[in-house]
Write a protein that binds this ligand. Structure first.
Ligand SMILES: C[S@@+](CC[C@H](N)C(=O)[O-])C[C@H]1O[C@@H](n2cnc3c(N)ncnc32)[C@H](O)[C@@H]1O
Length: 341
């Protein structure tokens, strides 16, 4: 299993930074060499040196050699679906209060970026049950996880299928501490999430658009099974801090997604303010149905489902591209000497 600290060794990923600040990430293998137009570094020269050391290439040029952090790893691993960025993963762990030993359900798995953060937070005593409707994505995630840990973690179960059908078959009712949903239509999973969660357990959903956020909030409230949902977004603005030039960076990732959390109520509990909200003085069912077209007003037959990846602006990948990504993830794991995923 690749080490996370201590001297560098075979199987480790190493980030090499050249004198101009250019980055290359390599995996140390016996007999391997890193080539650039500036010269060669033999992998053997890196093995055994302390993490975060400076090495010289065949032309005497200096490189900083340092192990990537988990956040570096997830940003550079093969992707099938869009990943949860480290800034949002950190918020998910905090807002959902993911703790060592927790039983956590996650869907979908996508490229496995969030899975890696969850696995680290729950530790070896926790259990992660991940669900993914597309087999190719599950394979990419497993390849990435094996590449990261050297093998698939024993406390991680990946089930291929829709969460709505697969979750009740995998986890008994009331046995799960946290449910994390990163998918197009999390509102379709509110009932199964509630069924699986222990009273007081947290559901957290990551969605890309305001329309998805609103639809999710309405369903959580309409279910009557959760506390009032809390919504937020996280913007991280880097700063340039050098001498007297101290200012925000010119560029930033302005938008990734929104987070919405709620706590599972004990069975039979009704929130006092739910009774108040039922008066609906602020908006009508018709207003809601206009804003969220599949939430038809009472008595109205259900409208067509308007939610597609294209309509919410999610890029989709062809089967051919996905198969290429699966091969890349498997190769990635193999290059790192991981057990087959
Ligand atoms: C944006 S990706 C997840 C990315 C992942 N969190 C990561 O950080 O790499 C969303 C995934 O959810 C899957 N998905 C959507 N609806 C689902 C459902 N009802 N059950 C299981 N998987 C679902 C999709 O196939 C897709 O792979």
């Amino acid at each position: 299993m690749p080490a996370t600290s201590g001297p560098l060794g075979y199987g480790d990923r190493v980030k090499l930074t050249d004198p101009k600040g250019r980055l290359n990430t390599i995996t140390l293998v016996p007999g391997g060499e890193f080539h650039s137009h500036r010269g060669i570094i033999s992998h053997a020269d890196l093995v055994g040196i302390p993490d975060a050391s400076v090495v010289t290439n065949s032309n005497g040029e200096e490189y900083l050699a340092i192990r990537p952090l988990l956040s570096d790893f997830v940003m550079s691993m093969p992707r099938g679906a869009a990943i949860v960025y480290p800034k949002d993963a950190a918020q998910i762990l905090s807002l959902a209060d993911v703790f060592p030993g927790a039983r956590v359900v996650e869907a979908g798995v996508g490229s496995g970026a969030l899975s890696l953060h969850l696995l680290r937070a729950i530790g070896e005593s926790g259990e992660l049950f991940s669900f993914e409707r597309r087999e190719e994505f599950a394979d990419i995630a497993k390849g990435n996880a094996a590449a990261f840990a050297g093998r698939l973690p024993e406390n991680w179960t990946v089930t291929v299928g829709d969460l709505q059908e697969a979750l009740p078959e995998t986890c008994a009712a009331g046995t799960v501490d946290r449910v994390v949903l990163d998918m197009l239509a999390p509102w379709e999973c509110v009932d199964v999430a509630a069924e699986a969660l222990k009273p007081g357990g947290v559901v957290i959903c990551y969605v890309a658009t305001v329309t998805q956020l609103s639809r999710t909030a309405e369903e959580l409230q309409r279910s009557g099974l959760f506390t009032h949902p809390q919504s937020s977004e996280t913007m991280v603005r880097g700063w340039h801090v050098e001498g007297l030039a101290v200012r925000p960076d010119h560029r930033m990732v302005a938008h990734t997604g929104f987070l919405i959390t709620a706590r599972r109520l004990a069975p039979g509990t009704q929130l006092p303010d739910l009774k108040r909200r039922a008066s609906k003085t602020d908006f009508s069912d018709e207003d809601l149905a206009n804003w969220l077209p599949d939430m038809g007003a009472p008595g109205e037959s259900e409208r067509a489902n308007p939610w597609t990846p294209e309509r919410v602006g999610q890029p989709t990948k062809s089967d051919k591209v996905l198969r290429k990504k699966v091969r890349a993830a498997k190769q990635f794991a193999e290059d790192r000497g991981a057990e087959p995923a």
